[in-house]
Design a protein around this ligand. Structure first.
Ligand code: SF4
Length: 520
C-alpha cells in the first residue's frame, strides 16, 4: 500500500485552469519546479514526450502545453494570462517548443524538459504526472531523484568528495533529510525540509568553495510535507471502529486525518476548505452565467435546465434539476479555461461540487455542515488515492468520475447526517456501480462523454447515499471495492485509457470533430 495521501495535496485540488489536472495542473507544477531547478531566467525550452506515452497523442488538446508554458513563464495557474501563453512567451522573449521523441520512461505521463537560461546554463529534467495534479521530478541531468513538490528542497551540486558532504552536513540542521546521488565524478546532495531553510544556512552554503551550484526549490503543493504525525486510524475497518468508539462522523474524521497529515490547526483547516468551496461555487455561478470559449465541442447548456423547467418540459424535481445544472456549469467553466478545483481531477471536477451544492441548498445546510461534507468526501478520496490513484491513463474513468462519485456519495451521506459507516458504505456502493468505466474522450477534448459521466456520477452518488443512509448494506467493504478497481484496470485495454484510440474516441463523429477543431 502507498503512503496515506493528503486531502488538499492529492484529492481536493489543485485550484487550476484547463481541461485536465494530470495534463494541465501537474504539468504546471512540474514546470514551476523546473524553473527553480534552472535557477536563472529562462531563455528557451524544448519539451519532449515519449512517442509510446499517453501524452504524445493529445498533449495540446488536453492542456499539457498550457500548463507547461504557464509554469515556465512564471504565471500563477489562476492567472488570466494562462489562456494566452503564446503572447506572454513572445513578450518575455522565451522560446518553448514541443517534440515527440523516443526515450525510456517508467510512467505513461512522462515529460523531458531541456531548459536553457539566459547565461547559457542548461539543465535536463525528466518528470512524471501521477494523476490529479500529483507529480514527481525523477531525473536531473541524469541524477535519479524523487522530488514530489511538497518540501522545501536544496540541490547541492559538487565534485564527488566526502569532505563536501561532511561540510554541508555541518552547516545544515540535523532535522533535514539528505540524499546523496553520485554520477562519475559528480555528486548531487538533495536536502528536504518541512520548514524554510534559514538565511544563515543558505549564506554559508552559497559561499562554500566545494559547491559548484546551489539550487533552492519551493514547494508547489498546498500542504507542505514532512509534518505528519501518527493517525489514530489507517485502514477503512480501523476508521469505522474508531468512529464508533469516539462517536465521530466521517466529516470529523476527515478533519482529524488532515490535521495529522499537515500539522495545521482546525481553524486553519476550516478556512482552507472554505476557500476551496468558495472557488467551486464561484465556478458554478460562472458556468450558469454563461461562458465563451471557441476551442470546445459543447457550448453553453447549463442554462437549458432552468428554461426547460419553466416551459414544463422536464420534471419539477428541483434537486435533480439543480444537480444536473450545477455539474454542467462547473464542466463548462472548466472547458472555458475558467478557474476550477480538480476534485479529484479536472475531468471529474463537476461531480462533487455540483451535487454537494444542490443537496446542501435543498437541506439548507450551514457553512460548517458543508465544510464537514467536503472533509467526508476528501477522506473517501484519500483512501482511493492510496489505492489506484486518479490517473485515467493507467485506470480509465473509473478513477476519475468513479472516484468522484464515491467521494460525493460520502459527502452527501454526511450532509444527510449519516454515520461514518453509512458514508463509507455510500462511497462503496457508488464505486461498485462504475467499475470498468472506460476513458474515451471524443476528439481528445475532456467534454464528451465526460459531461454525461460527471452528471451520472453525481446521480449515482445521490442514490448511493440515499440507500446507505436508509440502511441498505453495501456488502463489499470500500477498501475491497477500491482494490477491485486496480485489478480491473489491469484487464482493461490501453486503447480505452485516455489515449484517444478506442471507445467513443474513434467513432466517425469523433474523428470528424477532431479534424474540425484542429482547423480552428
Ligand atoms: S472519460 Fe472520464 S477519465 Fe476520460 S477524460 Fe473524460 S472524465 Fe476524464
Amino acid at each position: 500500500m502507498k503512503k496515506l495521501p493528503s486531502i488538499f495535496n492529492d484529492v481536493i485540488g489543485p485550484v487550476m485552469r484547463g481541461p485536465s489536472s494530470s495534463h494541465t495542473a501537474a504539468s504546471w507544477r512540474i514546470a514551476r519546479t523546473c524553473l527553480d531547478i534552472l535557477n536563472e531566467p529562462l531563455q528557451s525550452a524544448i519539451i519532449e514526450f515519449d512517442k509510446k506515452g499517453a501524452w504524445a497523442p493529445n498533449f495540446r488538446e488536453q492542456g499539457t502545453t498550457m500548463g507547461i508554458d504557464g509554469g515556465l513563464l512564471g504565471l500563477e495557474i489562476a492567472d488570466d494570462r494562462m489562456k494566452n501563453t503564446d503572447l506572454v512567451a513572445k513578450e518575455k522573449g522565451i522560446s518553448i517548443t514541443y517534440e515527440i521523441n523516443s526515450f525510456s520512461t517508467n510512467h505513461a505521463n512522462t515529460v523531458r524538459l531541456k531548459l536553457k537560461g539566459f547565461s547559457g546554463k542548461e539543465v535536463q529534467i525528466v518528470a512524471a504526472s501521477l494523476g490529479g495534479g500529483s507529480f514527481e521530478i525523477q531525473k536531473i541531468n541524469d541524477f535519479e531523484v524523487h522530488i514530489p513538490g511538497g518540501f522545501y528542497e536544496l540541490l547541492i551540486f559538487a565534485q564527488t568528495n566526502q569532505h563536501a558532504t561532511i561540510q554541508v552536513q555541518s552547516v545544515l540542521s540535523s532535522e533535514y533529510q539528505m540524499w546523496e546521488y553520485k554520477k562519475d565524478e559528480e555528486m548531487l546532495l538533495n536536502v528536504k525540509s518541512s520548514k524554510r531553510f534559514s538565511d544563515i544556512e543558505l549564506h554559508h552554503l552559497k559561499g562554500h568553495h566545494m559547491i559548484d551550484d546551489l539550487v533552492f526549490i519551493h514547494p508547489v503543493l498546498p500542504v507542505v510535507l514532512g509534518n505528519e504525525t501518527e493517525m489514530p486510524f489507517t485502514t477503512v475497518a480501523s476508521l469505522i471502529e474508531y468512529s464508533e468508539k469516539e462517536n465521530l462522523d466521517l466529516g470529523e474524521l476527515g478533519f482529524i486525518y488532515e490535521k495529522h497529515f499537515s500539522g495545521l490547526s482546525e481553524k486553519e483547516l476550516s478556512a482552507k476548505m472554505q476557500e476551496i468551496i468558495k472557488i467551486i461555487e464561484a465556478s458554478i455561478s460562472k458556468g450558469l452565467e454563461g461562458t465563451k470559449y471557441k476551442d470546445r465541442i459543447l457550448h453553453q447548456q447549463s442554462h437549458l435546465i432552468r428554461e426547460a423547467r419553466k416551459k414544463g418540459k422536464i420534471s419539477g424535481n428541483s434537486l435533480v434539476n439543480n444537480i444536473v445544472a450545477n455539474v454542467t456549469a462547473i464542466m463548462e467553466a472548466k472547458s472555458a479555461m475558467e478557474v476550477i478545483v480538480a476534485n479529484p481531477t479536472a475531468g471529474s471536477c463537476g461531480t462533487v461540487g455540483g451535487v454537494l451544492k444542490a443537496v446542501a441548498d435543498d437541506l439548507n445546510s450551514t457553512k460548517k455542515e458543508k465544510i464537514k461534507a467536503y472533509y467526508a468526501a476528501g477522506l473517501a478520496g484519500a483512501y482511493f488515492a492510496q489505492g489506484p490513484g486518479f490517473s485515467a491513463e493507467e485506470h480509465g474513468c473509473q478513477v476519475e468520475c468513479g472516484a468522484a462519485g464515491g467521494m460525493a456519495a460520502a459527502g452527501i451521506a454526511q450532509l444527510f447526517g449519516g454515520t461514518a459507516k453509512q458514508a463509507i458504505g455510500a462511497a462503496s456502493m457508488a464505486v461498485q456501480n462504475i467499475i470498468g468505466l472506460v476513458c474515451d474522450p471524443v476528439a481528445d477534448r475532456v467534454e464528451v462523454p465526460c459531461l454525461g459521466k460527471n452528471v451520472s456520477a453525481a446521480m449515482n452518488a445521490f442514490s448511493s447515499a440515499t440507500m446507505a443512509c436508509a440502511g441498505f448494506d453495501a456488502v463489499i467493504p470500500y477498501d475491497e471495492v477500491i482494490q477491485t478497481v486496480s485489478k480491473v484496470s489491469l484487464q482493461m485495454p490501453y486503447c480505452v485509457k485516455c489515449t484517444g484510440l478506442g471507445g467513443l474516441a474513434i467513432t466517425p463523429t469523433s474523428v470528424r470533430l477532431k479534424k474540425e477543431l484542429g482547423k480552428k
